[in-house]
Design a binder for this molecule. Structure first.
Ligand SMILES: [Zn+2]
Length: 357
């Protein structure tokens, strides 16, 4: 190094100058990454073992959790959601959207509310499935939270917007009804409807799922909870009311009762993220439909699907929790208004970048 040419005093001065320059550069770098982070939407896909718990934190600092996982297990799912809120830097959850009253979606809510303040719960209206004991039990626990005024309640119907700041939202489905008009930019005739399979009406809470379109800048994100194939058909036939999506939060944990080919091919996501468990969701037929959909770049899975086996699972780097002991790893998506986004596997800490299209 050139320092050999300078006396000791000068060498020290050069080192100090160098350190100062380095620290200026570091500060500038951290400032720019902080400002980039400020504009980003973060979505954390919490592993609740085949239930749903998807946490959105908007650049406006508001939070929306779609579903709260399972009850019991010593509060496992509530613990995992709270850990995700800490990673996201929030100390309360502004809105918890309950897609429907099945136990894997609403069951964990009482344990969650006991651990972290929750502002408002958003739902499709009252539970309609009175024949399934765990669902009825979860519904009663939900009503107790409302009676005790632990949370406020907001019930929404198709076409309504969520009051979350920092993202634009439209309710697509609620309580068995779906939007009756095409979304802006959508409405194209769907030729595949002519030969599409017809499915009988689901008789459970699944078809009542509160489904939401989320727009963030140029990005379109779809979450329909466990909405079933009969309702998917209404959304994309005879014309595609929804249009195409950048990110599809795979319905029903990747189960065959949702994810019909006429629907998945119409919404044609770039990236699909599946909240399956090792033994729940990730049905081979549904997995194949998503994998072969026309614009798909990647499918990410919260778990290796035992049912899928070697032929119907993605490569291990796209799976948060592969075969073996389960550590409850998450997937995290960071999105920017210009349409870029990243997906990070919390197990490997490897991030894949998706440029704007
Ligand atoms: Zn479910």
């Amino acid at each position: 190094m050139a320092s050999v040419l300078f006396p000791r005093q000068s060498r020290i001065a050069i080192i100090v100058l160098g350190l100062t320059l380095a620290s200026v550069q570091l500060t500038a770098a951290s400032r720019s990454s902080a400002s980039t982070q400020e504009k980003a939407l973060r979505i954390l896909f919490v592993d609740v073992e085949g239930g749903q718990a998807t946490l959105f934190v908007t650049p406006a600092g508001q939070s929306l959790l779609i579903d709260a996982g399972w009850p019991d297990n010593d509060g496992r799912d509530a613990d995992r959601i709270v850990a995700a809120t800490k990673r996201a830097g929030i100390s309360k959850i502004d809105y918890v959207l309950i897609t429907h009253f099945h136990t894997d979606h609403v069951g964990g809510l009482p344990q969650l509310v006991a651990q972290i303040p929750v502002g408002t719960v958003i739902d499709h209206g009252d539970n309609r499935e009175s024949t399934d004991a765990p669902t009825v039990q979860s519904w009663h626990a939900y009503q107790e939270l409302l009676t005790a005024k632990k949370v406020k309640r907001l019930s929404l119907k198709p076409g309504d917007r969520l009051p979350v700041k920092g993202i634009e939202t439209t309710v697509i489905s609620s309580d068995g009804a779906v939007i009756d008009h095409a979304l802006p930019g959508a409405g194209q005739n769907n030729a595949a409807c002519k030969t599409a399979e017809h499915f009988p009406l689901d008789q459970t809470e699944n078809l009542r799922s509160l489904g939401t379109l989320i727009i963030f800048g140029k990005l379109r994100i779809l979450d329909l909870g466990d909405l079933t194939r009969d309702k998917e058909y209404e959304l994309v036939c005879p014309s595609n009311k929804l249009g195409r999506f950048d990110i599809y939060i795979v319905s029903h944990h990747g189960w065959y009762q949702s994810n019909s080919s006429v629907f998945v091919n119409a919404i044609a996501p770039r990236v699909a993220i599946m909240d399956n468990g090792a033994k729940k969701g990730g049905t081979p037929s549904a997995w194949e439909i998503i994998e072969k959909s026309p614009r798909l770049e990647d499918l990410w899975q919260l778990h290796f699907s035992d049912e899928g086996g070697p032929a119907h699972n993605v490569a291990t780097e796209f799976i948060a929790n592969p075969e073996g002991p389960d550590a409850g790893h998450d997937l995290e998506l960071t999105a920017w208004p210009d349409g870029r986004f990243d997906v990070t596997n919390s197990r490997t800490q490897i991030t894949k970048h998706y440029p704007a299209r």
